[in-house]
Design a protein around this ligand. Sequence first.
Ligand code: COI
Length: 328
Amino acid sequence: MAITAYSVRDDEVAYFQQWQQAHPAEQVQLIKADLTVATATLAAGSHSVILLQTQPVDATIIETLAQLHVANLIVRAVGVENIDGLAITQFGLQLANVPSYSPRSVAEFTILQLLQLLRQSARFNAAFKKGDFRWTPFLGEELAGKTVGVIGTGRIGAAVIAILKGFDVHILAYSHHHNLAAQGVQYVDQLPELYRRCDVLTLHIPGTAENTRLIDTAAFQAMKPGMILLNMARGSLVDTQALLTALDQHIIAGCALDTYDNEAPYFGQDYSQRKIDDLYLRALMQRDDVLLAPHMAFYTKPAVENMVTQALDKSLALCQDAQTLDVH
Ligand code: COI
């Protein structure tokens, strides 16, 4: 079987090579470029294409792959929202993802950012680097005793809750499935109740058409004053204008974002010598009550290894048994 992988970074190459050595009968071609109409032709002769990109994979790209007889498209990540699902069906490709490469990677990053916000570490680090070694005004908060609201108790939300259990916090959850109720997690039925009762709110749901801008002006207004918001899920969940207003009005005390609505052109790219035209992104970057990261909560060695090897395993399985695979 022949596989072409796109957007391959240097830190992934060893994992691809490791898999190749263990599967000498398969041919794996590694391409640094993203999958576009122009680069799609490089997949000629491949049964599967593996990709990882936040840029849209539209109908034209999918049609090109179909014309080249590529049968499977495997995303080596969880989210597949940038892939045109209708075109996948129309052109008869199979789509798969890697649904659980390391929920712990995102969960640990979530807690890291939360503790940094509570202890104002970005602020005191900036002062420290200038030689200001005073304690004030960086009086911290403690996580113990706080109420943490978790929206979404799937794999990542559950991993966040597992870590939080060691912090002596009260956990409240909101999720379609009350899958952790048997483990003692308390669910609320209405989001406004979560907003009203929580000191910290963390989002762990996929971005869908239904939940776009879930956290809007009305949601911020319902929040307990001084709340901290964490979004390691999808930028589309938060109305950025409403967030900036809520921060300005001190409705919330701070937020940590690993994702931003218009991140696709920026995150993962080097903009250190380029102008950032997006005014919201610039506004978020300039604030010291916002901890912004470029969608890298997932980025750990175990996660990257799992993304690569599980995507390759799926490519193989898809060719052997098309029925075993779909998107989770
Ligand atoms: C995912 O796995 O869905 C992510 O958000 C991380 C990825 C885009 C690198």
